[in-house]
Unconditional design. Structure first.
Lengths: 322, 407
């Protein structure tokens, strides 16, 4: 079998979910016959007639319908065409889906797939990373798979969970990441992965930034530094234990996120480490995020807007010299 | 149609802001005719926007003087549609005749970047502490990291223990790596445990040394004292003579044994004087309470007993601690001079060197004569007293030692 891309993993996971559970259906714009804007549902409408449905261009209606279906016992997967547009359905997500079980005792087993993150030329409305916004709300689960394997296993997990899951799949990784096969077992839900063991500093990242962090670690290895990279995998819940254990080993922390700094995932991780692991820190914890402007369209501007392997390496060097 | 020159209180009827994105509205209907009396909060006109039909409301009661707007025409938000003649009180209340506000000079704003947290430019605030330096890069300044502090607390280390560690961090900071490497390196030497006595003395001396300490020296002739001692049946040691002399001197100038805490001098409560006794690999300090109240002969037995107890490390808690000054006789080791360190809770330490026979000039005989002389040192907390006061205290002690029968 030729290697599987990150996108194909998502497609295969949805195929398996549809096959194994008759309550599952997929709802989104252009996902039926067209197979989805990114082809994440290619051929699934044909294979599962009546279960892969085109929606109107109304994220509010899409999520509302899905919540209603969930109340009736179904397990919908809603594909947002871009994470950025999910805010059109923000009220449904945070006020209805997130609170449903708290208010009524009825679970809301909804999966919201958000193609997230930037690619060259995608611009301000097709590039956002929304994890921090949704992770703010109790009642939601926020997943950020960074590998082909995680894209597959975590999407299946998301469908199986009875809570509403915001599944932030990274567009940049769709075709760039490949794997040979899927693992027989996956890490437990909510656990972070030590992608690269290290000794001198810890980088916590999620999504596409995990790969930038690994590349930065490679740059610093030639200078004799061993950088530990932690892949959060889920942003809500955050695996604070693994992060603290890593900082216990290294004493230095850099958190990298593609989103903006204010109130972001990086800020949350650092707050937890400062509050619960103060005595582990040998240097002030640092964060690296996108520049504080809307995501630029021009590729040259975009290239400097989000953290890259070299800017992560630069931040790491500064951290190591403190 | 212009308002009558007689009318003073003509309130313009203004097209209101009807919605966030509404710029204009069309007059649909006039609810009243010119000359009608209207009450406050009634709709004078009905206007239509692309969203809804709304009303233009009278802010107060009055006479509809004039309608300048035409039914069916559109008018911009903020434009005048007519005039309402209102009472003096209402005119006053609505500020009808107030002068228009002078345009405020808008502060020059740089191109908005969304990142501007600096607020308005211009107004400088005088700092309350002038010249307080602010580190340019607070994140990288030299510091003991939380991890360092936690590890040092775990191992019972102080900054004094790290004096020998070169820091590799920014600004010469000792990092946790530096510390761990240093400790690992120590393992290559022979290591023996320090006794609890050693650790206690180390801690006391470290704390004492955080103060500015100084020492003054005075040679004292001991011949009179030694002659007096020879005549006694029960002999007191030289340190006990010195202790009694010090007790008199301190009762005359008690603040020399005071403690400085902040901007307050804490006076001693009673003249309790300690004396240093070597015990095992440390020092204990038994105390003679109210040393100024007992003649020398009454103190000898107590003194000797305390020395025995201290040497055996069986000194009761009530016989140690709480003294206001200490005597140390380093002369027993043959030392002629020393700069010992006062106890951390005391400001004075009177030291006695070994007595030696030495030539002294006798002005009467006009010749050098042999005398027994010892260097007496007074080590003191320089925050509490200066050289002059220390010198005077030492001189008084020396003077009292010249009349040993008074002690």
């Amino acid at each position: 079998m030729s290697s599987i891309t990150y996108l194909e993993a998502i497609r295969l996971a949805q195929q398996r979910a549809l096959a194994e559970d008759p309550r599952v259906f997929i709802y989104g714009q252009d996902i039926g016959g067209f197979g989805g804007a990114f082809k994440a549902t290619k051929n699934l409408a044909k294979e599962f007639p009546g279960r892969v449905l085109d929606s109107p261009i109304s994220e509010d209606a899409m999520v509302g319908l899905a919540i209603g279906a969930a109340i009736e016992g179904m397990r919908p997967i809603v594909e947002m065409q871009f994470a950025d547009f999910s805010t059109c359905g923000f009220n449904q997500i945070v006020n209805q889906a997130a609170t449903l079980h708290y208010r009524t005792g009825t679970p809301c087993p909804l999966v919201l797939r958000l193609p997230s993150g930037g690619t060259p030329g995608s611009g301000p409305f097709h590039s956002q990373s929304m994890e921090a916004i949704y992770a703010h709300y109790p009642g939601l689960i926020v997943m950020t798979p960074a590998t082909v394997e995680d894209a597959y296993t975590m999407l299946l997990e998301a469908v199986a969970l009875d809570d509403p899951v915001i599944f932030c799949e990274h567009k940049f990784l769709y075709y760039h990441l490949k794997a040979d096969k899927f693992p027989a077992e996956a890490l437990p839900f909510g656990k972070a992965r030590i992608t690269l063991p290290g000794r001198d500093a810890t980088v916590v990242a999620y999504g596409a930034m995990v790969h930038e962090a690994v590349a930065a670690a490679g740059e610093l290895a030639s200078d004799g530094y061993e950088i530990e990279v932690v892949d959060l995998r889920t942003v809500r819940p955050i695996d604070t234990d693994t992060i603290l254990a890593s900082v216990a080993r290294t004493g230095r922390l850099l958190v990298v996120g593609e989103a903006w700094p204010w109130g972001g995932v990086a800020a949350e991780v650092i707050t937890r480490v400062a509050a619960e692991g103060f005595g582990l820190l040998d240097a002030p914890p640092q964060r690296l995020n996108a520049k504080e402007t809307p995501v630029p369209y021009h590729p040259a501007l975009w290239g400097t807007h989000r953290p890259t392997a070299s800017s992560v390496a630069h931040s790491l060097r500064q951290l190591l010299e403190l | 149609m212009f308002p009558s020159p007689d009318s003073k209180n003509l309130l313009p009827i203004i097209m209101p802001q009807l919605g966030e994105s509404i710029a204009e509205a069309t007059i649909v209907r006039a609810a009243f005719a010119v000359g009608d009396r209207v009450e406050a909060d009634t709709d004078l006109l009905e206007v239509e926007t692309n969203k809804a039909v709304m009303g233009v409301t009278a802010p107060c009661g009055g006479l509809l003087r004039e309608l300048t707007a035409t039914i069916g025409e559109s008018y911009a938000v903020g434009s005048t549609l007519g005039y309402l003649e209102i009472s003096d009180e209402d005119a006053e209340r609505l500020g009808l005749h107030d002068a228009p506000p002078t345009p405020v000079e808008k502060p020059k704003r740089k191109k908005s970047s969304g990142n501007d947290h600096s607020g308005q430019a211009g107004k400088t605030v005088a700092p309350t502490v002038s010249g307080l330096p602010v580190p340019a890069h607070a994140g990288g300044a030299s510091f003991l990291s939380p991890r360092m502090k936690a590890r040092m607390a775990e191992l019972g280390l102080h900054a004094a223990d790290l004096a020998g560690v070169a820091g590799s961090g920014a600004g010469g900071r000792v990092t946790i790596d530096d510390l761990e490497r240093f400790l690992q390196d120590l393992e290559r030497n022979t290591i023996s445990p320090a006794s609890s006595m050693r650790v206690a003395v180390a801690d006391a001396m470290r704390r004492s040394w955080t103060r500015p300490l100084a020492t003054v020296v005075l040679p004292v002739q001991l011949d009179t004292l030694l002659a007096h001692r020879k005549r006694q049946a029960v002999k007191a040691g030289p340190a006990l003579y010195a202790l009694r002399a010090l007790s008199f001197a301190l009762s005359e100038m008690p603040t020399t044994a005071g403690r400085l805490i902040g901007d307050r001098v804490i006076h001693p409560r009673s003249i309790d004087i300690g004396f240093a006794v070597e015990a095992e690999d440390g020092v204990l300090v038994p105390v003679i309470r109210h040393a100024d109240q007992f003649p020398l002969v009454d103190l000898v037995e107590r003194y000797n007993r305390l020395v025995e107890l201290a040497r055996a490390r069986r000194l009761p808690g009530s016989d140690t601690g709480g003294s206001i000054a200490t005597i140390t006789n380093y002369g027993v080791f043959g030392l002629t001079m020393a700069t010992p360190i006062p106890l951390p809770e005391q400001s004075l330490l009177l030291g006695m060197g070994a007595g030696r026979i030495t030539p002294a000039w006798d002005p009467e005989k006009k010749a050098f004569v042999p005398v027994t002389e010892a260097q007496f040192t007074l080590s003191f907390d320089h925050r509490v007293l200066d050289g002059g006061a220390a010198g005077r205290l030492l001189q008084r002690v020396a003077g009292l030692l010249g009349s040993p029968e008074e002690l």
